[in-house]
Structure formats: C-alpha cells, structure tokens
Ligand binder design. Structure first.
Ligand code: SF4
Ligand code: SF4
Length: 445
C-alpha cells in the first residue's frame, strides 16, 4: 500500500482520549482506542478540523521550518492572499512583499497573481460550454479530497484546473530561470500557507505532477518576524512588487473566487458542515440551476485556515478595506497563454478508503453484515466506543478492527456486564430501560 503523506499529525502524549475530535472529522477518519486517538491515514483529508476542536492541543500541523530556505541559493516566496489579512491598517501590500524580501527571500510572486489568471481562464472555460455544470471549484485541496473520498459522483463537476499557487510557482520559476544563472535545484520556491491541506497538496498532488514548490511555511510561523521587519521599513525602502488586484486578493475569503467569474448564478459556502450540506444537495440534484459552486473547508475561506494568526472575520474585514487601495485586476490572458500549464494532467480517481472490499460480491456481503450489526447497536452515536457513530463501529467490526463488545450499551442489552446501569450517564440509562420495557410489552414501573 502506498504511504500517504499528511500534514496533520497527532501528539499521542498529549491525547487524553476525550473523543471530542471523532465526531467533527468529516471523513470519519479518527478512532479512539485505549484512550488514544488514531487517524486512519487513507481517510484523512488534512482539513485541520480536529486541530480546531482538540482541547488538549494533541493534533497539530507540520510545515517547513524557516531554516529550510538555507538549502537553496535563490529563494522565492509565494504569499497566499490570506497573508494580507493578518495585518492591521494595511493599505499597500508592497509593505508585506518588501518585508518578505528583507527577511531573506530573493524574490516574491503573489499567489493572487496566479488566482487572477485562473479566474480569467475559468471565465473562458465556462463560456466554452465544455464543463459539467454546476462547476465546483477545485482550489481548496481539502474539498478536493473530501469529494474524492465521500462524494466521488461529483468528481465530474470539478473544475479541472490547478490551484493559483501551482501557477504562481511556475511563473516564479520561469522568471528565476530567465533572470538568474541558478540551476533548478538551486532555486527554492516556498508557499506561505494558511492551512495544512495546501502543504499536503504540494507534497502529494492528485491531479498533476509536482509543480516545483519546495515547501510550505505556515503564516503563523513567518508572521512574528515579518511583522517586526515591516515595522522597521521606511517608505523609501518599499519596492513596487505588487502585481495583482481585487480579483486575486479576493480569493482569500469565501465568495472571492466566485465573484471573480463575473457570473450571477453561483453559490459560495465555507466551513466543513456547510460544505458537506451543499455537496449532499448537489448529489441530490437540488442545485442544478447554478453555474458555479465555490467551497472552502475553513470558515470564512482561506483566511480561516488553522495556520493563520488572525480571526477569519477580522482578516476578511481587513481585506475588504484593502480593496479600496487596489485596482480590479492586474492580470489577463495573453495571446500566448499556455493552457497546458493550468490543466490537470492526471485523472482524479475516487478514493478507495470508504470501500468495504474491491470485490463487489464480497462488498455486498459485508454491507449486509454491517447493516445487521448496526441494527443491533443502540443507535445513540455516543462515541464511548471510540468510533464516531454506531454505523462507524459496525463498519469497523465487519472490517475486523473492532468487536461488538466495544459498545458498552450493547453489553448491557445482551445480558448485562455485572455492573448494572447505574454507572452510565442518565440519558443512556433511560434509553436502555425504554428498550427493555418495549420488548417486554410493559411500560409501567
Ligand atoms: S480531541 Fe481527539 S486528539 Fe484531542 S485529546 Fe481528545 S481524543 Fe485526543
Ligand atoms: S485533518 Fe480533518 S480529515 Fe484528517 S483526521 Fe483531522 S478532522 Fe479528520
């Protein structure tokens, strides 16, 4: 089996086995066993939701340390537009971009430049009538992985284009190759990332070959040094680097990508639960009158990534203010635009993580068993067994990873565990008593 790369990790020492994370995981990728959480690798989409909800800080995201830059002779920063929302009273993004150069980068290419080109290319593609509508944005890598894991029927609706950071990296490398004498492996290209899913997508791209990004540095790691560097800058030192406008920077917040398409029939949803609701409605063919659907797993869009420092709503408000000082767009498709640079080069295939078996007959047999076991469980989805729901426990049982005795309530129902029910929380006792009463035909005490 291929070893899967993930940027979200567990610190087992810190984990208290409290089960807070298991229900929030959108792909049911977490189990608690022996008072410790485990992540099922092929289900995890690196959304970072478990990092948000863990009260013991046992889940964390890995990104490249700043000294990774030292491996390269020429270093390029690719700042996500969400970075601009981290600074109060920012009126000129050149302060941020010049600050990055003062910190040790030799050049900077804005991801928002790539975003404006992707917006322009998407507009052309939408007009062509070649795309399956409603078209779903493929920019959020956690959404991309969520769709291939839980909603594979919707893969056909995904926009088959690379993310803005991939295009920005290609532009940056091309410029460096033309203006410096450095060889490719002497040039380091680093994404300044708001979330772990983007780092995973860089290290393990699903829809294209590697795009030459050397690593991803978390916004929260670079922020303290960058803000100090910016504070020391004089206005004479500011370099005119900025090469993007409202359309590109707008991608940092939910709705920004869709607004850049200049279409009316679009929907933008953010936050993992809202995203799942929209995908379920889409699967039920309730949203077929839309042209475009923008989905971001993080609340507020990329500004809500777990590797940012600022509250997403504050960051969004700052970006709104910054718009006053920006042109609408600085980038459009030239006649010689290379479409091959942005298209997917690999087919996105459904993830096998949710399949019970490769063999259809075996899968059907296991599904029948799963349903029988699920029907025998209490249906409370309490999580005490360490699985997020009774159905998930039933699935673990048919896969051979758990046993029916892992359900404490099931033990009582089939004959008691010798302790009676008094040790259970009240709601569970009531449920068990009611079921007993119904089965016995008596409902009076
Ligand atoms: S939320 Fe999950 S990872 Fe955090 S302590 Fe509880 S069980 Fe462990
Ligand atoms: S990062 Fe997301 S998908 Fe992965 S274990 Fe955490 S909540 Fe689940």
């Amino acid at each position: 089996m291929a070893i899967l790369f993930h940027s979200v990790r567990l610190d087992a020492e810190k984990c208290q086995g409290c089960t807070n994370c298991i229900k929030r995981c959108p792909t049911q990728a977490i189990r608690v066993r022996n008072k410790k959480a485990y992540i099922i690798s092929d289900r995890c989409i690196d959304c970072g939701e478990c990092i948000r909800v863990c009260p013991h800080h046992a889940k964390y995201a890995v990104s490249e340390p700043f000294n990774e830059l030292l491996k390269y002779k020429y270093r390029i920063a690719l700042p996500a537009p969400a970075l601009y929302g981290q600074f109060n009273n920012l009126e000129n993004v050149d302060y941020v971009l010049t600050g990055l150069k003062k910190m040790g980068f030799d050049d900077v290419t804005e991801v928002s430049k790539g975003a404006e080109l992707i917006s322009a290319a998407t507009r052309v593609m939408m007009e062509s009538g070649e795309l399956q509508k409603p078209v779903i944005s493929s920019a959020c890598p956690a959404v991309l992985r969520l769709i291939r894991t839980r909603f594979p029927n919707l893969i056909k609706n995904l926009l088959p284009m690379c993310a803005p950071v991939d295009l920005a990296a290609k532009i940056a490398r091309k410029k460096a190759a033309e203006t410096t004498g450095y060889k490719e492996d002497e040039i380091g290209v680093f994404f300044i990332t708001p979330c772990p899913a983007k780092r995973t997508a860089i290290r393990n791209p699903l829809c294209h070959e590697s795009d030459g990004i050397s690593g991803a540095i978390a916004i929260k790691d670079i922020y303290p040094v960058l803000v100090q560097t910016m504070d020391r800058l004089t206005s004479e030192e500011i370099e005119p680097i900025n090469d993007s406008g409202i359309i590109g920077v707008g991608w940092a917040s939910s709705g920004g990508e869709a607004a850049g398409l200049l279409k009316e029939r679009y929907l933008a949803a953010d936050g993992i639960e809202n995203v799942i609701n929209v995908l379920e409605e889409l699967e039920d063919e309730k949203l077929n009158d839309l042209d475009f659907i923008e989905l971001n797993c993080c609340t507020g869009g990329c500004v809500g990534g777990v590797l940012t420092v600022e509250n997403p709503y504050v960051a969004k408000a700052r970006l709104q203010r910054l718009r006053k000082f920006m042109p609408v767009s600085c980038n459009n498709l030239e006649d010689d635009f290379n479409w091959d640079e942005i298209g997917w080069t690999k087919e996105l295939t459904p993830s096998p993580a949710m399949k019970l078996a490769d063999n259809v007959i075996k899968a059907m047999r296991l599904m029948t068993q799963l349903r029988e076991i699920e029907a025998s469980l209490p249906g409370l989805d309490c999580g005490i067994c360490g699985a997020p729901s009774c159905r998930a426990l039933a699935e673990d049982i048919v896969r051979g990873y758990a046993e029916e005795t892992d359900c404490v309530l099931h033990n009582i129902q089939v004959g008691g565990n010798g302790k009676g029910e008094d040790w259970l929380p009240a709601p569970f006792r009531v449920k068990v008593l009611n079921e007993d009463a119904n089965e016995g035909g008596a409902n009076e005490s």
